[in-house]
Design a protein around this ligand. Structure first.
Ligand code: ADP
Ligand code: GLC
Length: 480
């Protein structure tokens, strides 16, 4: 099985969220199962800097609508083969993959990710300049959404899988952009790439893909409803016969409390006492009062409406009152960032915050916090709640998407069955969250209950093996 895995992020080279984690860990798991997988990634400066020895593999001087580009070949740090698209005009600049330093979307994003889609499609068709031809193309999110559309009009095209990591991001541009990007006029219609009068990269992918997946079984249902379908529910319900929800795994090597180099002390379920040194260190590092007994709540998140950070800010005074401590790590909307910093100044010693992206601190929080907060309004899968269970830090989560699929609410029955791993609340508002936090803190005060919760979470298998097999089965079916 030869698989081309096209993505706009892959950790540790470039990552803004869970897509980066998944786009590294899933190909690695498939590679380990014998799938001949190659990752295709744009040549952002971060990628070219981290991989100075890439070799030229092919030239694309004349793709209609795009500046000249070159394909470079190399490998991910974990050894998975990698192709990088070098196109200085589109990719070599500061800022992030989607936005500039000031948080503004790049004005040429349609071309940046049109090129990624286009080259993925060329490599998946008879037009490819390479000898290696994929049996299947796997695309992720809107940034690769045009690939299935290009493939539809290409000779001898490979079948393709389109994975939705987050339906809220759809890659919307003026409709005529599709022509600039070299798509034929016949696809500018609802039975094509058109979406409410515009071009939508994601819609294109969902319409033309051979198979659609999303990152948890529950989210696969939710996106067919008016509440969480972001106006794609009709199309998705129509295509439900080829839609699968496959739960993300996590990288259990990278996220392993027994061998995590970011921790002051490693620990495991048999030696959970080692966790307390990490709490002490987190309190010190974030300028909180040293107190082994106060419940310490942690959060690592993009600061957006999706993640429900505003609910945490709303209940912060009650949390401080309890008393509990709070550590927040994240970045995103400017208004939320300043509110977080304000809060940490108002309650210094009890609330600590870092605005920015800090991989090491995210590990320190998973290990050092007692309770992890994830009050997302919607969550296609979510990774942090799995990391936190593995680190013996029971999560408090809203009942949505992948959070439902991965966290078992703590009650008398689930405790008795040895299944409880966290706290789930139904309504995404401040009272809902506060109620769940109060339940968590009460459980935290009961040593026996707390140890049981920690043990249950730490024993769960969140690795990729099962889900990687599910993806491979889909690829095999498409090839047959
Ligand atoms: P999403 O992809 O919607 O942001 P996920 O839970 O799937 O949510 O994945 C988020 C990933 O990004 C996790 O690995 C998380 O630890 C990481 N992350 C998010 N914000 C930060 C940050 N400020 N610093 C470090 N890591 C972060
Ligand atoms: C998206 C989703 C998140 C998911 C991640 C990886 O960013 O918001 O829930 O875990 O993709 O699939």
């Amino acid at each position: 099985m030869r698989l081309l895995f096209a993505t706009s992020e892959a950790a540790p080279l470039i990552k803004t969220g869970g897509l980066g984690d998944v786009s590294a860990a899933l190909p690695a798991a498939l590679h380990g199962m014998g799938v001949d997988v190659r990752i295709l990634l744009p040549g952002y400066p971060q990628v070219l800097k981290a991989l100075p020895f890439l070799q030229p593999a092919a030239d694309f001087p004349l793709l209609p609508g795009f500046p000249p580009a070159r394909l470079l070949s190399g490998a991910m740090p974990d050894g998975v083969p990698l192709w990088v698209i070098d196109c200085p005009e589109l990719y070599r600049r500061g800022g992030g993959p989607y936005q500039d330093e000031h948080g503004q979307d790049w004005l040429d994003n349609a071309h940046r990710f049109g090129l990624l889609s286009k080259i993925a499609a060329v490599l998946g068709s008879a037009d490819s300049p390479l000898d290696w031809k994929p049996d299947v193309l796997h695309c992720s999110d809107w940034q690769t959404g045009l690939a299935p559309a290009y493939l539809h009009f290409a000779p001898d095209a490979a079948p393709c899988v389109m994975t939705i990591h987050n339906l809220a991001f759809q890659g919307i541009f003026p409709l005529h952009t599709a022509l600039e990007l070299g798509l034929p006029g016949e696809c500018l219609q609802p039975e094509g790439v058109e979406y409410y009068g515009n071009l939508s990269f994601l819609k294109a992918g969902l319409h033309y893909a051979s198979h659609i997946t999303t990152v948890s079984p529950f989210y696969a249902e939710e996106i067919q409803t008016d509440a969480l379908g972001f106006n794609m529910q009709g199309l998705l319900a129509h295509r439900r016969g080829v839609l699968s929800g496959i739960l993300n795994g996590i990288d259990t090597t990278e996220w392993n409390p027994a061998a995590d180099p970011n921790l002051v002390q490693t620990y495991d379920a048999a030696n959970i006492k080692g966790k307390s040194a990490n709490k002490r260190e987190l309190q010190r590092y974030m300028g909180l009062y040293a107190d082994p007994d106060v419940p310490l709540l942690g959060l690592v998140s993009r600061f957006t409406y999706q993640k429900g950070l505003d609910l945490v800010l709303e209940i912060a005074p009650q949390l401080v009152e309890m008393p509990a401590q709070l550590v927040l790590l994240g970045s995103g909307e400017a208004g939320m960032q300043s509110k977080v910093l304000e809060l940490s100044h108002r309650y210094s010693g009890q609330v600590g915050a870092y605005v920015g992206f800090d991989e090491r601190l995210s590990h320190m929080i998973e290990a050092g916090a007692d309770i992890f907060l994830m009050p997302s309004r919607f969550e296609p899968c979510g990774l942090n709640q799995m990391y936190s269970q593995r680190y013996g830090t029971p999560p408090v989560v809203h009942a949505t998407g992948g959070l439902i699929d991965t966290v078992v609410d703590c009650n008398a029955v689930t405790l008795k069955r040895g299944e409880a791993t966290g706290f789930v609340f139904d309504s995404a508002d401040a009272p809902g969250l506060l109620g769940a936090v109060r339940r968590a803190v009460a459980a935290y005060r009961n040593k026996k209950t707390w140890r049981a919760l920690q043990r249950n979470g730490m024993a769960k298998d969140f690795g990729w093996s099962r889900s990687a097999v599910a993806y491979r089965d889909i690829y095999s079916r498409l090839v047959r």
